[in-house]
Design a protein around this ligand. Structure first.
Ligand SMILES: Nc1ncnc2c1ncn2[C@@H]1O[C@H](COP(=O)(O)OP(=O)(O)OP(=O)(O)O)[C@@H](O)[C@H]1O
Ligand SMILES: [Mg+2]
Length: 458
């Protein structure tokens, strides 16, 4: 845009202004003629501009559609192949490409149409100017020199004026992209630091949710008046049915969202009053779906722990039960994990993300189903390492496995965004409440034990 404006617009505009000044000085009456026909031509171009804007907007949407299809086809290739979705994707892609083609053609037609229109009008204007000048020379009203200088100025103004008219079309189509960009930039930021935010002071690490109410983007309430405490240096397990709000609690603690009601505090400090960087650097997080970045295994483990030495990386990988499989990869720690970690198995990816959290070595350890796609043996290995790591840290773990849940210091049972029960595992088991039911119907059968009631009673 800036390139077009500075190079063409400024130069052409100055030329046109200069030439028109000469025209007016030489032949005020004849210039009038040019000024009547000129705006007429511009009017025609204006009419086309509205169309260009509309078409460009649609073309952008089609381009986005093409990118979406490509992205889905590559990241979801397993689903695409196993469900034989190729014809479906091909159809989507064909229609997206056809839409772009149609729109590009329409724009080219408009661009082409502006030029004959201008040409014709300009031709008429020049012919008219020459005829009238000829008449006035024969009548001795003006001298031939004046006429020549007028016509020269007119001809000089013609090309730049034509370019200016066309440029409107170009600028208009570029503006569509600029407008979209600013729409994003102007979008208000929902999560802001307060102006006088302080760094979160170091402390024992007590996390508290106080009467927290929350729903995603104006949707239904996910958490209702929730009061939970995560004791410093202790392991708290969040359990409950799918959709109960377990991951949502974690999102609020790391301040990925702000609660609608109530507040979240760490060692008594409201986390909405502290700087985001000082808050987030206290957390090691392993999420529900392991996420790897393009690059090597080493790169993925060392992320978020700047300046980690090779020994530290290997130690973290060992703790996460990942060192052995990493060494069996063709290039060891330098092996490429591929896009979205596609060169690795689900459990391998998970172990790398656990190693990443280990290396980061923070006050708060958050594990959202961090061992769900591991076999029992790997899980046992990681569990030992997590226990070691959780030592002296406030740990929150969301787990479906009995082995993890039963070893927690405290269990919080959630259902429908509310705490239905909380306390140490053995106490909850004796109470015979929600945890006991979860234990018998989900945790024990998953663990593969035979007689739930008997082993539950120990
Ligand atoms: N980003 C989001 N936007 C809108 N709604 C969401 C979002 N994330 C979660 N939800 C909704 O919030 C509710 C709680 O989700 P949450 O992820 O906390 O459940 P969960 O307890 O972690 O479940 P699971 O055990 O299946 O992981 C669900 O009803 C879900 O549909
Ligand atoms: Mg979840």
């Amino acid at each position: 845009m800036i390139d077009t404006i500075v190079l063409s617009f400024v130069r052409d505009l100055l030329t046109v202004i200069g030439a028109v000044t000469v025209m007016v000085i030489q032949q005020p009456v004849l210039s009038l003629l040019a000024f009547v026909l000129g705006p007429l031509a511009l009017l025609g171009v204006r009419f086309l501009l509205g169309k260009v804007r509309l078409i460009m907007e649609m073309e952008m949407a089609s381009l986005v559609e093409i990118i979406r299809v490509v992205q889905e086809a590559t990241t979801g290739f397993r689903v695409v192949k196993s469900y034989a979705l190729e014809p479906l994707l091909k159809r989507d892609m064909d229609s997206a490409i056809r839409a772009v083609e149609k729109r590009s053609n329409a724009i080219s037609r408009i661009e082409a149409a502006t030029s004959p229109l201008m040409e014709t009008l300009a031709g008429l204007a020049i012919a008219g100017a020459i005829s009238l000048s000829a008449v006035s020379i024969f009548q001795d009203v003006q001298r031939p020199g004046e006429m020549i200088s007028f016509i020269t100025a007119l001809l000089l103004a013609y090309e730049p004026a034509k370019r200016l008219a066309r440029m409107r079309v170009q600028i208009e189509s570029n503006l569509v992209g600029v407008r979209m960009l600013f729409e994003i930039l102007d979008h208000p930021i929902a999560l802001k630091e307060v102006p006088d935010a302080i760094d979160l002071p170091a402390g024992p690490g007590l996390i508290r949710l106080e009467k927290v109410g929350f729903g995603y983007a104006g949707g239904p309430a996910v958490l209702k008046e929730l009061d939970v405490t995560f004791e410093p240096g202790k392991v708290t397990a969040l359990v409950g049915p799918s959709g109960a709000g377990k991951s949502t609690i974690i999102n609020l603690i790391m301040r990925l969202y702000d609660p609608e009601k109530g507040r979240v505090t760490i060692d008594g400090h409201d986390i909405s009053k502290v700087t985001l960087a000082s808050l987030r650097k206290r957390f090691s997080y392993v999420g529900q779906d392991p996420f790897l970045f393009v690059g090597t295994v080493r790169h993925n483990i060392a992320l978020g722990a700047e300046g980690a030495s090779d020994e530290d990386i290997v130690r973290a990988a060992r703790a996460a039960n990942a060192h052995d499989f990493i060494m069996s990869l063709p290039n060891g720690y330098e092996s490429d994990v591929g896009e979205n970690g596609r060169n690795l198995s689900g459990g391998q990816k998970q172990r790398i993300t656990v190693a990443r959290a280990f290396l980061r070595n923070c006050d708060f350890l958050i594990l959202d189903e961090a061992t769900s796609s591991l076999d029992s043996e790997s899980e046992a290995g990681i569990r030992a390492a997590v226990e070691e790591l959780a030592h002296g840290r406030t740990t929150i773990t969301i787990a479906h496995r009995l082995s993890t849940v039963a070893r927690a210091d405290k269990i919080v049972v959630l259902d429908g965004g509310e705490v239905v029960e909380q306390g140490p595992p053995d106490v909850l088991l004796r109470n015979g409440g929600a945890y006991r039911r979860l234990y018998e119907f989900q945790l024990l059968p998953d663990a593969g034990l035979e007689s739930p009631t008997q082993s539950a009673l120990g």
